[in-house]
Design a protein around this ligand. Structure first.
Ligand SMILES: *Cc1c(COP(=O)(O)O)cnc(C)c1O
Length: 382
């Protein structure tokens, strides 16, 4: 069945006890057992919960995966996957990775003796295999990246990683499975912050991972239970509800973003626009091949750091906040907000960078608000 249908129905059969159309929130920690070892498939909610199972089944289906696991946050999923790696082994990671993932890798795992190599999207594109060795356990990718919207050829990266026996993990938070399915392109694990587009309404923190490899799935299931970064039933339910409208939301996010990127790229006060849907974006052709559309995230360079900081405070419809992927439009300055943890890295983001999470309000209202804010700054340079 098609994506839209699976988003609404997979894992979500009417409740067998009552006929409730919507999966109940099974707000319980434990389950009565008929006898020792005799239960209905659930014994304790860290190990399993029916609301969480519904979410795991649905999201696995959307990612073309046989196995799905829900987590308490995107970073909860990330740290659980990091337990597939041992000290002394290496993770090769794209360098404009989500700031919190960079912080975890560089400030939690690196001091414990895990090795990391951070590569630019360009270095990965030009020859990932040259940077891999027999110690490399994971190649960690995002595409498009956060916040510079670089695009990585996932199929080519997977081929290089597999040649040294490394696993490919793709953080698919920006694209969502509606636009891109990394497992179909050769990745071994796909990971999400469901806090973003999958939840879609800025009202929950959650994470998810999926794989087609039964051995990896079994280990991740063990780690999920043993490390304990699981979502509560209400959080699982919120993501499940959000996912029902993922397809229609993503279509509108993409349509609005294309219009806003076109407006920004014509504007004199904007130095450069990063959006894979623009034909002059260096990753445009790869994105067109591996994505169904170009997504709802845009970054651009304002004239100066000061202009960027004033602009993000000037907009009215665009709200100044971290996070992304909700129905409402958000604006932020990554250097001091979402990506402050990369400030001392060689690949710190430019201080005049502005990041937009394009919502599904009227695109005309969104353009008018940006136009007004940009004009205010140009009219009164300080
Ligand atoms: C937000 C985000 C994360 C972290 O997810 P949390 O749910 O905040 O823990 C990881 N990767 C990307 C790309 C993100 O945007």
């Amino acid at each position: 069945m098609d994506f839209e249908t699976r988003a609404i129905h997979d894992g979500q059969e009417p409740d067998p006890a009552t006929g409730a159309v919507i999966t109940p929130i099974y707000q319980t920690s434990t389950y009565v057992q008929e006898g020792v070892g005799k239960n209905k498939g659930y014994d304790y909610s860290r190990s399993g919960n029916p609301t969480r199972t519904a979410l795991e089944t649905c999201l696995a289906s959307l990612e073309s995966a046989d196995h799905g696991l829900a987590f308490s946050s995107g970073l909860g999923a990330t740290t659980t996957i990091m337990h597939l790696v041992s000290p002394g082994e290496r993770v090769v990671c794209v360098n404009d990775v989500y700031g919190g993932v960079y912080r975890m890798f560089s400030q939690v795992y690196e001091p414990k003796g895990y090795e990391f190599t951070f590569l630019s999207a360009q270095e990965i594109g030009e020859g990932l295999v040259d940077h891999l060795d027999s110690k490399t356990r994971i190649v960690w990718l995002e595409s498009p990246t956060n916040p510079l919207l670089n695009v990585i050829d996932i199929a080519a990266a997977a081929e290089a990683a597999h040649s040294v026996g490394a696993l490919v993990v793709v953080d698919n938070t920006f694209a969502t499975p509606y636009l891109q399915r990394p497992l179909e392109l050769g990745a071994d694990i796909v990971v999400h912050s469901t806090t973003k587009y999958l939840g879609g309404h800025s009202d929950v923190i959650g994470g998810f991972a999926a794989t087609n490899d039964p051995t990896i799935a079994e280990r991740l299931r063990f780690l999920q239970k043993s490390l304990g970064a699981v979502p509560g039933p209400f959080d699982a339910w919120l993501v499940l509800r959000g996912v029902k409208t993922l397809a229609v939301r993503m279509r509108q996010h993409c349509e609005n973003a294309q219009q806003i990127a076109a407006f920004l790229s014509e504007h004199d006060a904007v130095e450069r626009v990063f959006y894979p849907g623009l034909p002059d974006h260096p990753g445009h052709h790869i994105a067109a091949r591996q994505m169904a559309d170009f997504g709802g995230m845009i970054s651009f360079l304002a004239a100066s750091e000061e202009a960027a900081i004033r602009l993000v405070a000037e907009t009215k419809v665009w709200q100044l906040a971290e996070s992304l992927g909700g129905v409402e439009s958000l604006i932020e300055q990554p250097a001091q907000m979402t990506h402050a943890s990369t400030a001392n890295a060689p690949f710190a983001v430019p201080p005049n960078l502005v990041r937009l999470s394009v919502g599904i309000e009227s695109a005309d209202d969104l353009v008018a608000d940006l136009e007004h804010a940009l004009a205010t700054i140009v009219a009164s340079p300080s």
